[in-house]
Design a protein around this ligand. Structure first.
Ligand code: PHE
Length: 344
């Protein structure tokens, strides 16, 4: 019996040392030390031994069990250690690896143009004013001398939210809001950028949502020549010092007189070409002297104060400046398009 136990010990230790696998090691433990294992089997036969031999065999059996357990424990430790090392080796961080480049964004061409125009006017003493995109009929139309039923409302097909609320069709309501805040006292010198909405079918030159920038100056003794001078500076800074401007009579309900400003064509310098459709001029913006009704409704004394206003579409300005042919390019966020424009 003693020999059998010794044999089992040797056999077990051999198997333990031979394995490289945690699961196999566990199988070995079960097969030798488990309830159905050979050592338990041997001990079951102890009853047949003479009484004086029993403690001796018992002691041997315990020693064998202990030896096997120790061997398993030792092996377990080495295998686990090896596992950890393997993991560490496979997860090693290579600090010499070059970093992944982070893509740098840049301004959307529309944002760049808006900021360029803003900066230009800030340089002339203007401040920026903003207003809500969901606007009341009063500010969008009525206070701008466009009462309900006025035919000029048709020029700006609108998205109404309710009878009295709509998505603003122009940035002009910001004029009125700002004038009201000034409580009848000049000077007012603002530039108002923002999104506007009109019920247009989208095509290469129309969009149901686009951008406008509005300018407004109200003070004593503001004259048409101030408007012309301001717009000339703007046109030449924006499009080149050699550009000429011309003002054509036009109509807006909130300005009187009203004008449209053209700049001389960059391509043909006034000779007439494809870009300017043979006229030598390109239309840029609408403007005029603030209508006395608008000043009065906003609480300004129109005998004391006069002013001028102008409004333009940055999309159009950007299209002309960069030769962009389809307005929809601004809104689809194709990086191949956007990445071409870097603000100087
Ligand atoms: N709001 C006008 C438009 O959208 C433009 C404009 C603004 C004209 C200010 C004159 C003065 O057509």
């Amino acid at each position: 019996m003693k020999e059998r136990l010794q044999e089992l010990q040797e056999e077990a230790i051999q198997q333990i040392q031979g394995t490289q696998d945690l699961k196999e090691l566990n199988d070995i433990r079960v097969s030798f030390l488990g309830k159905k294992g050979p050592i338990t089997e041997v001990l079951k036969g102890m009853g047949k031994l003479p009484a004086e031999e029993r403690p001796i065999i018992g002691e041997v059996a315990n020693k064998v069990r202990e030896a096997i357990t120790n061997a398993i424990e030792k092996k377990l430790a080495t295998l686990e250690q090896a596992e950890v090392e393997k993991k560490l080796a496979s997860q090693k961080i290579d600090v010499t690896l070059p970093g992944r480049p982070v893509r740098k964004g840049n301004h959307h061409p529309l944002t760049a143009i808006v900021e360029e125009i803003e900066d230009l006017f800030i340089g002339m003493g203007y401040t920026i004013a903003e207003g809500p995109e969901v606007e009341s009929d009063y500010y969008n139309f009525e206070a701008l001398n466009l009462p309900k039923g006025h035919p000029a409302r048709d020029m700006q097909d609108s998205f109404y939210i309710s009878e009295e609320t709509l998505l603003r069709t122009q940035t002009s309501p910001i004029q009125v809001r700002t004038l009201e805040m000034h409580e009848g006292k000049g000077p007012v010198r603002i530039i108002c950028p923002g999104k506007v909405y009109r019920r247009d079918n989208d095509d290469a030159t129309h969009s149901h949502q686009f951008t406008q920038i509005e300018g407004l100056v109200v003070d004593e003794n503001i004259r048409m020549s101030d408007l012309k001078g301001t717009l000339t500076v703007f046109a030449q800074k924006m499009f080149g010092e050699d550009r000429k401007i011309r003002l054509r009579p036009s109509f807006f309900p909130f300005t009187e007189p009203s004008v449209e400003m053209d700049i001389s064509c960059k391509i043909c310098h006034g000779e007439g070409c494809n870009v300017c459709k043979g006229t030598g001029w390109i239309e840029i913006l609408g403007a005029g002297m603030v209508h006395p009704n608008v000043l009065e409704m906003a609480g300004f004394d129109s005998k004391k104060y006069t002013g001028f206003a102008f409004g333009m579409g940055p999309e159009r300005i950007a299209m002309l400046k960069y030769g962009i042919e389809d307005i929809r390019n601004f809104y689809i966020n194709d990086r191949r398009f956007i990445d071409q424009f870097k603000r100087a």
